[in-house]
Design a binder for this molecule. Structure first.
Ligand code: MOS
Length: 729
């Protein structure tokens, strides 16, 4: 189905199942431990052996020699694979460094061997017996030091151009009576999802199956095939349950490749999980940024000049963190510029983490907006409202399809009690606490991408949906089930949803908060076809047929839906494909974050007291799972504000705090009352579902709202995340 004109009324609008706060249909499996992690799929293939990864102990250089003699002789060892005996391997399209390194080493803990043994303990013990001599070379590990050598990266589908400009930024900024020129920094972040990267691989002749934990199945199939030099038809990936991804599982990683290589060498199925201490430096992370923001305004508060420059680093051939991109779209102002610069660093490879670009970008921009409001003597909400725009400010001929940023701010202000706020920093004290409140805008784009599904109706009236879409903890199973139930006029219990298998039609996958809208739109398209086939089979005019109460009816004739499939299952498959609506309209999601903090007057310990998010993100398909997405994102935003930071060893080039003891994330005691409000919105430009995403919107702006609340509480402006107490004393 081609979607190239705004959606009109369609069966989804009935909202009998869609739009209802529905429990996750996979919830019982998750809570009873019967939705297995990839590593725990003992039943999928017999005779599984264990692979253990050996990671490089240097960040850059080469291997002079590997001696595997002692390891090979260790009890239970079946095979050892290194670059020497792995055969020819290509680099995947989505990896910056090789997933199996050697003799050249590109980053610390790059995989350089896998040891396969009968048991996990035997594999781990033998891995420790592999003797490696390295010749290290000097690397560059510090963004601040590499910043001046940074260059404009190449544009790609996600980034747009590295530089944008409109009007005369330099002139307008210089002439502005009120100016801000400030630098903000965000550190490297780790996804630290619950389920480590893990895969089980088995060969059947030249056919390879990998049971894994992966967000983007078709990308993974392509990259496994490319890396091994085998046809894509020979690769199957299966990833039905995923214990979190946050972007760290967008691409297949070394666990999948090492399992495949180990299984080939050992002649039997092999499973590999990355232990937590290897994950941080072996897999990807959100790169640190340095961001300079300049805003110039007239005395009335109208922005006349806005500029955002960002620097980040990555391995040679890697990508930039697009932290300036939201500044192209968020506020009005005739004179503007953004610039993205990328330095070469020899740290582990950087890549997408929840709301790549906007998450760190909004952490900086929304402090800058707070600082500017203060300089102007304006309330931070009024300042943002004054500079709202309903069109893309760089391309004024492109309106936003929907934009309720100001509404989010106003409704949030009322709900949060913003009018009671004392704008003078450091003026509210309750016992040993300074108390303050802060606000920030939330912003994240809405991306459209093709998504396919297959739906089948059987003689019992059960509708089965099959698509390679994934559920990374987001509630995909449920919203896909709700979509099929709404379209076919059956209760949710009559829908079976099967996900994550590459033998199913290729979906949008889970990334960039595009999963919900695109994957359900693909199911919608397949259901339109199924409805036509059912109507035809039962002798209805498909224009007139109404699908409701597990029946099909028109006029005074009504037939049970199951009747259509009494003798033979009916199968329909289709994809949603988009025209150029997203070129004519800018599609984004908006929100407002409100935070109240207490800061201990003696120790400067920060405690969050209240958090509120107001979101405008198209139709909310399932308010319950959407709310869970937003509170999860708010929690992650609180982590970024107050504690999350990968500590770089600047001499040896690795992240030191490579476990959950050293890389701190919020726990329940850190998180207070959280509220989420969704505005009524349907966006007919986004898809027939009229929906968008919320899973990444929810994190964007949270860090700045916390920072702004801390400033309001204490009068200390911290521009360097995380805001640990040493920076407040
Ligand atoms: Mo997201 S960082 O694109 O999984």
């Amino acid at each position: 189905m081609k979607f190239d004109t705004p959606a009109t009324t369609n069966p989804i609008d009935q909202l009998k199942v869609i739009g209802k706060p529905t429990d996750r249909i996979d919830g019982p499996l998750k809570t009873t431990g019967t939705a297995p992690y990839a590593y725990e799929r003992h039943d999928v293939v017999q005779n599984q052996a264990y692979g253990y990864m050996v990671g490089s102990a240097i960040a850059k250089g080469r291997i002079a020699s590997i001696d595997v003699k002692a390891a090979k002789a260790a009890p239970g060892v079946l095979a050892i694979v290194t670059a020497d005996n792995a055969g020819k391997l290509a680099k995947g399209s989505f990896n910056t460094a090789k997933l199996l390194g050697g003799p050249d080493i590109e980053h610390y803990h790059q995989a350089i061997a896998v040891v396969v043994a009968e048991t996990f303990e035997q594999a781990r013990t033998a891995a420790n017996l592999v003797r490696i001599d390295y010749v290290p070379t000097k690397g560059v590990f510090e963004l601040a030091a590499a910043k001046d050598s940074a260059k404009a990266p190449e544009a790609n589908a996600f980034s747009g151009p590295p530089d944008t400009a409109a009007g005369d930024f330099a002139g307008a900024f210089a002439a502005a009576p009120v100016q801000l020129d400030a630098v903000y920094t965000t550190p490297d972040h780790a996804h630290v999802m619950m389920e480590p990267h893990a895969s089980i691989a088995a060969w059947n002749g030249d056919k390879l199956t990998i049971w894994t934990s992966n967000q983007m199945i078709a990308w993974g199939v392509g990259d496994v095939a490319k890396t091994l030099g085998i046809p894509v038809e020979n690769v199957r990936l299966d990833s039905p349950f995923i214990g979190g991804g946050f972007g760290g599982k967008l691409f297949v990683r070394s666990d999948a490749l090492l399992a495949a290589l180990g299984a080939r060498a050992a002649g039997r199925p092999v499973k590999v999980a990355l232990p937590r201490p290897l994950m941080i430096n072996n897999t990807t992370h959100r790169p640190a940024t340095i961001q300079r923001i300049r805003i110039g305004a007239a005395r009335d508060g109208k922005i006349t000049a806005i500029g955002h420059e960002t620097w980040s680093g990555d391995l040679p051939g890697g990508g930039a963190e697009l932290a300036a991109n939201q500044t192209r779209l968020l506020y009005a102002g005739a004179n503007r510029m953004t610039a993205t610069r990328l330095a070469v660093l020899d740290l582990p490879e950087g890549n997408a983490m929840r709301a790549p670009g906007e998450a760190p970008g909004m952490m900086a921009l929304e402090i800058a907006m707070d600082e500017m409001a203060e300089k102007l003597g304006l309330d931070p909400i009024e300042f943002r409202a004054l500079n709202d725009t309903q069109v893309d400010p760089e391309h004024p001929e492109r309106p936003f399809s929907q934009r309720q940023l100001v509404e989010c701010m106003r409704i949030g202000a009322e709900r949060f009690g913003w009018s009671k706020r004392n704008p003078k920093p450091g003026s509210v004290r309750e016992g040993r606490w300074f108390v303050g409140t802060g606000v920030a805008a939330a912003f994240r784009n809405n991306l459209l991408t093709k998504s396919a599904a297959r739906v089948r109706l059987d003689g019992r009236g059960t509708v089965t949906v099959e698509t390679d879409m994934t559920d990374i903890g987001t509630g995909t199973y449920t919203i896909i089930g709700q979509t099929a139930a709404e379209m076919m006029g059956v209760p949710l219990e009559k829908v079976v949803v099967r996900l994550g298998d590459s033998s199913f039609p290729v979906s949008a996958g889970s990334g960039g908060q595009w999963g919900a809208n695109n994957s359900t739109a693909g199911v919608y398209a397949a259901c339109v076809k199924l409805r036509e086939a059912v109507a035809q089979k039962l002798g209805f005019n498909s224009e007139e047929a109404v699908f409701a109460d597990a029946s099909v009816r028109a006029g005074n004739r009504s037939v049970p839906l199951a009747e259509a499939a009494r003798d033979k299952e009916i199968i329909a498959e289709d994809a949603i494909e988009y025209g150029d609506l997203d070129k004519k309209y800018q599609q984004s999601t908006f929100g407002a974050h409100f935070v109240e903090v207490g800061v201990d007057v003696a120790t400067a310990e920060v405690r969050l007291r209240r958090m509120l998010a107001v979101c405008a993100a198209g139709r909310i398909l399932n308010p319950k799972s959407a709310r869970s997405q937003v509170i999860g994102a708010m929690t992650m935003g609180a982590g970024a504000a107050l504690m999350e930071e990968l500590a770089v060893d600047k001499r040896l080039g690795f992240f030191v705090n490579h476990d959950l003891a050293g890389y701190e994330v919020p726990v329940h005691a850190d998180i207070p009352h959280q509220d989420v409000i969704f505005l009524e919105e349907t966006d007919p430009i986004s898809s027939p579902m009229k929906a968008k995403g919320v899973g990444e919107l929810g994190i964007c702006g949270v860090g700045a709202a916390v920072a702004n609340a801390i400033y309001n509480a204490t009068g200390v402006r911290v521009r360097d995340y995380p805001i640990t107490l040493d920076k407040l004393l």
